[in-house]
Design a protein around this ligand. Sequence first.
Ligand code: G3H
Ligand code: 13P
Ligand code: NA
Ligand code: ZN
Length: 328
Amino acid sequence: ALISLRQLLDHAAENNYGVAAFNVNNLEQIQAIMEAAKETNSPVILQASRGARSYTNDVFLRHLILGAVELYPDIPVVMHQDHGNSLQTCLSAIRNGFTSVMMDGSLKEDAKTPSDFEYNVRITADVVRIAHSMGISVEGELGCLGSLETGKGEKEDGHGFEGTLSHDQLLTDPVEAAQFVELTKVDALAIAIGTSHGAYKFTKKPDGKTLAIDRIREIHRRLPNTHLVMHGSSSVPQELQAEFRKYGGEMKETWGVPVEEIQEGIKNGVRKINVDTDNRLAMTAAIRKLLSTNPSEFDLRKYMVPARDAMKKVCAQRMVEFGQAGQA
Ligand code: G3H
Ligand code: 13P
Ligand code: NA
Ligand code: ZN
């Protein structure tokens, strides 16, 4: 059945587990997640970015997800808007069947700095007022995602800020977080604790301290009833990178977020963990492999099947690692 993010994450909090939120853009990605969920008996969060909605089309996307709900009646499914950037985006998501929306007001479109607290509160509170009247959950975001190693903060459009940001600018302030939730009433809060989007998170092998775990703990202490969200949580496994490169893919040396650190985050209040890059990498590596080892192949099912299997494997692994396996 389709459920709200609040319903799922309340259960996750009561039972001390985390839930992966996987990005979806097409049929095969939805199939991969649902098969992984069935295999591991997991509840799922399917999330679509603005780009995914325009790539797939809202009507196709709604019917694909309703198809998944019909085919897997025992698996709870949350349909979530990832990184909504306006009231209008969140409202159109709700009209199209989403049961949860993210209003990412952490940056204004033309922001030069990563903080406009009043704007963020105003727009997020507006979304919450409307969404809650319809039983829809809301995720907000406070802080600037970015790597503590490189000091590179990211803007909402994926391009970085000029120059290097201090740790204070890169980490969500716990006092502000408490004020933000009090003023907006969001169900879930994305926090900046050292992660960033995409494949290039860290240039060195992580030393076990890539995330600001103390900061997570402090925010959770002040906000025990608000579910914390970690964006940029792909682990970018070295084996997947090697597979991608082996068949002609180009990727500089890089490291993602170690799963053990995510598990430490879950112990301290993180409930929703966003993963997209790992699945993109797994699918693309599988397609590269099939096509380069079978250059005469042109039946798309021949490369979409291994791609879907590769994504299913990543998803099932994360479901077990984050603790949602067995919780459907
Ligand atoms: O946060 C971004 C997600 O990885 C989705 O990316 O905007 O390219 O669809 P996208
Ligand atoms: P990754 O790029 O680390 O997979 O993060 C995805 C994400 O945060 C989507 O909102
Ligand atoms: Na942000
Ligand atoms: Zn994100």
